[in-house]
Design a protein around this ligand. Structure first.
Ligand SMILES: [Zn+2]
Length: 434
């Protein structure tokens, strides 16, 4: 049985702009089996009324987005965010695959057994495809290969204190121990490096955004990225990936490394591309994340780096917490939880901002789907082509909405998994994790 989706605007691989096309998906396997370069809908279409024929008209059909940096904190902290709610937020915004970070659940995903515990928590509770990064912490080097065998997509480590006892930062010597055991794997770095001034800085006003910014200076990112580029040169079979780049002053180092053909890859986040420090009021701790949102001039340089290919991917770094952990009443930036929650809002955010800069939807899909799928080793995701998974998004680029705490609107989403979702309503059965 086939699901057919047709539109005058389908974004096909290697295209900057959408074009008329029809996609046929085998419902049994979930794979795209045919791409026709014509629109087959419209008033004269004899198939209208067929539930397996979707005429999207002028709306844009995109490959499902892949968000490779999401913190779903289950098990242990599911009242912050769990699989049930987080994956629905993803689906509402066209994210059909998310890769979960290993750090905020309890236990963290640092052993195959812990990965198994996480998988059990996810089973039957996911509305989109979910994969898992493993954690690299001091002393768990013997767990890395078994974690990969158990299905972890690669590893995440921190070069700065996490504030989470079960997930300490790694030293340079830990990294040599870990990376010398890995081949053809991914090591993702929280790229801020602890130094003597990180915790010693004197703070006068904990409500001041400027002071918070000074407590996480660009030099922490530059120091970390200098180390990462050195490690990349020493361990060329490991793909080093810089998570959530904020400091534009690190871009020359990254450009120089990439110019030598290194495997190094880089992501930034929707909040660094859409928000500026100048607009953040003192005490507004909802904006706290690490590394921090920097000045507007920095933001413009990040956009330039995306457009010229220095930055490869854009992700949410969705990192929710309980409202009280944001310290909204005191406005204390130092005490508040660091994290921004934008899972499922990325396409609208990037389109709103990118359109002003002349960016095409094809470029955005490279940053939000194709490159993230490559990072996570998902060779059949991120593009609408024969043999790939039929994860389709139908999106209205004209629709406008305002995000607020009580309601959000979102693009329409249809995926092969939508078939699963329909079943979910009937049989209480959900999509399984990757
Ligand atoms: Zn993160």
């Amino acid at each position: 049985m086939l699901l057919t989706v047709t539109s005058r605007n389908v974004l096909l691989p290697d295209c900057d702009q959408p074009r008329p096309a029809t996609i046929n998906v085998d419902i049994r396997t979930g794979k795209i089996i045919e791409v026709l370069l014509t629109y087959t809908g419209g008033a004269a279409c004899i198939k209208s009324g067929d539930p397996h024929f979707v005429d999207a008209g002028d709306k844009v059909v995109l490959p499902g987005l892949v968000d490779a940096h999401v913190h779903l904190e289950e098990p242990g902290n599911q009242d912050w965010e769990g699989f049930w709610t987080g994956t629905q937020a993803a689906a509402a915004g066209g994210v059909t695959v998310l890769i979960d970070m290993p750090v905020d659940s309890s236990p963290p995903t640092t052993t195959p057994r812990n990965l198994d515990i996480k998988r059990c928590s996810a089973r039957g509770r996911c509305w989109v495809d979910v994969g898992f990064w493993g954690g690299a912490i001091p002393g768990n080097q013997a767990e890395l290969k078994p974690l990969l065998s158990a299905g972890a997509r690669g590893f995440k480590c921190f070069l700065i204190d996490t504030g989470i006892e079960e997930f300490p930062r790694v030293s340079e010597s830990d990294l040599h121990t870990h990376m010398s055991r890995l081949q053809n794997s991914v090591m993702i770095f929280h790229a801020e490096m602890q130094n003597a001034s990180t915790s010693a800085r004197h703070r006068l006003d904990p409500r001041s955004y400027q002071e918070f910014l000074c407590s996480r200076p660009e030099e922490l990112e530059i120091d970390a990225i200098t180390l990462i580029t050195r490690l990349q040169a020493m361990y060329p079979s490991v793909s080093c990936h810089i998570a959530h780049l904020s400091a534009a002053s690190a871009l020359p180092t990254i450009r120089a490394t990439k110019a030598h053909g290194s495997k190094l890859s880089v992501e930034t986040c929707f909040h660094y591309l859409c928000l500026s420090a100048e607009d953040i009021p003192d005490g507004a701790t909802e904006y706290k994340c690490t590394p921090p949102i920097r000045e507007d001039s920095n933001r413009n340089l990040l956009w330039d780096a995306l457009i010229d290919g220095t930055i490869d991917c854009v992700v949410s770094d969705h990192s929710p917490c309980l409202v009280e952990m944001k310290e909204l009443e005191s406005g204390d930036f130092m005490a508040a939880w660091g994290g921004v929650s934008s899972l499922g809002l990325g396409l609208s955010l990037l389109w709103t901002e990118g359109r002003k800069r002349g960016v095409s939807i094809g470029q955005m899909i490279r940053w939000m789907s194709i490159k993230n799928a490559e990072l996570a080793g998902l060779s059949d995701k991120g593009q609408l082509k024969v043999g790939h998974d039929g994860d389709l998004v139908i999106w209205d680029p004209q629709m406008e909405f305002k995000v607020n705490a009580s309601a959000t609107a979102a693009p329409v989403v249809i995926t092969d998994r939508m078939i699963g979702l329909e079943r979910a309503f009937v049989f209480q059965e959900q999509v399984d994790s990757l």
